[in-house]
Design a protein around this ligand. Structure first.
Ligand SMILES: Cc1cc2nc3c(=O)[nH]c(=O)nc-3n(C[C@H](O)[C@H](O)[C@H](O)COP(=O)(O)OP(=O)(O)OC[C@H]3O[C@@H](n4cnc5c(N)ncnc54)[C@H](O)[C@@H]3O)c2cc1C
Length: 406
């Protein structure tokens, strides 16, 4: 350990969406956060790059403008294909802001770091956490290149493998996430997937799904995720991936001549917010480090941004370490846990061929109103469990504008 010790108010470990959301909210509340990340931005993050309405609203509130991200692409139509081949087009509202979008994570996360740095928050890049200890008075973090940082509070926004969690002995041996997902950038997209977002529930991918999310200039992010609980061997799934782009409905969507760009990546997705340790002493866990991803879709950018903001609010509210931990845990339960449970239930329906075929047939027969509002719900315009959490009902239910109406 280095002899140098620097006191900081709140140390945020990880400058992904969760960490930046926490840092900016803390800064706005008058606190003095310092952010460290082992990566140097722009850094890639294996992701589908899809932004839900929840994510877009949180990004807008942070002050991120889509124009700051070159690859930003709004999405107006979603195409869902059932295992049996039924295909439904779900239109999102037009002319009322952005309800869904896609942007490469390398650019999005770099733009978020710029938002934090632009606000005057120190963001130390290339600076990995090596060790963490905490006592009643604070948390000591040994950070590469910075020596020891002594913080009143730590926000652990350090992703799926959370080194902070492991350093505090809270890791679970053998835990590999609820999902395992693959991503491949492709270019030369000339089919409808150049503009539309596709979701494919191919029978051999259940429980799971594949996607094509459109990017500018004939590019797309194509990938698929499977739920680990299915017991399927990742090795078998890798074989599936090898010929995935050759499936007729995939080729029809992408167009002929689509080429993979670079190599494909795979990464786990943690989705266990109902069971995760959210707080330990003076350390709060947010985003993937808290398993906050939606278990039905594997989407976690919105949840990362939201949980980062909730952690910041809890710290800024003040009080003892115990009351801050309790406040954060309460707010996560209020905002995310009911939705997680709803996603678990719905995920069970979509996990089986009959369930997925039936659910998509119901949506298909629900008329223009039903299809539009199903798309809004799917893209988290409203929380997943809104119907069973009356405390979150509001007058603008499914009538609110999307993000970036200005
Ligand atoms: C294949 C795939 C597809 C996905 N598709 C989507 C999608 O389309 N839409 C969606 O919303 N979500 C999607 N997700 C989930 C989404 O990527 C995550 O939920 C999201 O990135 C979580 O953000 P975060 O800030 O919590 O963590 P991260 O974005 O992982 O950021 C964690 C940060 O911590 C840093 N860090 C790690 N270790 C250390 C250390 N020792 N010291 C300092 N810093 C450290 C990392 O460098 C990183 O910058 C997908 C995930 C996968 C794997």
């Amino acid at each position: 350990m280095s002899a140098r010790t620097t006191d900081v108010d709140v140390l945020v470990v990880g400058a992904g969406p969760a960490g930046v959301a926490a840092a900016v909210a803390l800064h706005r509340a008058g606190r003095m956060p310092v952010v460290i990340d082992k990566a140097v931005f722009p850094r890639d993050k294996c992701c589908g790059d899809g932004l839900t309405t929840l994510a877009l609203r949180e990004l807008e509130a942070l002050g991120l403008q889509p124009s700051a991200v070159e690859s930003f692409r709004r999405v107006d139509d979603v195409v869902v294909r059932a295992p049996g081949g039924r295909t439904v087009v779900l239109p999102l509202p037009r002319g009322r802001g952005v309800f869904a979008g896609v942007t490469r994570r390398a650019e999005l996360d770099a733009a978020l770091v710029d938002v934090a740095a632009g606000a005057g928050i120190p963001v130390h890049q290339g600076c990995a956490v090596k060790d963490v200890t905490q006592d009643a008075g604070g948390v000591t973090v040994d950070a590469e290149g910075l020596g020891q940082l002594r913080a009143a509070h730590v926000v652990a926004a350090d992703g799926m493998w959370s080194p902070v969690r492991r350093a505090l002995d809270l890791g679970e041996d053998g835990y590999l996430g609820e999902w395992h997902a693959f991503r491949q950038y492709v270019s030369g997209v000339t089919g409808p997937a150049a503009d539309r977002l596709f979701v494919w529930f191919d029978a051999d991918l259940l429980p799971g799904y594949a996607w094509s999310f459109p990017l500018p200039d004939g590019r797309a992010n194509v990938g698929f995720g499977i739920l680990r609980a299915s017991g399927r061997r990742i090795q078998d799934v890798k074989q599936t991936w090898a010929t995935f782009l050759d499936r007729p409905h995939v080729t029809a969507a992408l167009g002929p001549g689509t080429e993979p760009e670079g190599r494909h990546l795979a990464w786990p997705i943690p989705a266990r917010i109902d069971r995760a340790v959210l707080a330990h002493g003076r350390t709060l866990f947010v985003g993937d480090a808290a398993g906050a991803t939606d278990v039905m879709t594997g989407e976690g950018i919105g949840q990362a941004l939201l949980s980062g903001r909730l952690a910041a609010t809890a710290i800024a509210t003040g009080g003892t370490a115990g009351s801050i931990a309790a406040g954060y845990t309460r707010s996560v339960r209020a905002e995310l846990v009911a939705d997680h449970r709803m996603s678990v239930l719905l995920g069970k329906v979509l996990a089986r061929r009959r369930g997925a075929d039936g659910a998509i047939a119901i949506v298909d027969h629900s008329g223009a109103w039903g299809r539009r509002n199903f798309a809004r719900w799917m893209f988290e315009d409203e929380p997943r469990a809104i119907a069973v959490t009356p405390r979150r009902w509001h007058r603008g239910f499914l009538r609110r504008p999307g993000a970036y109406t200005g």
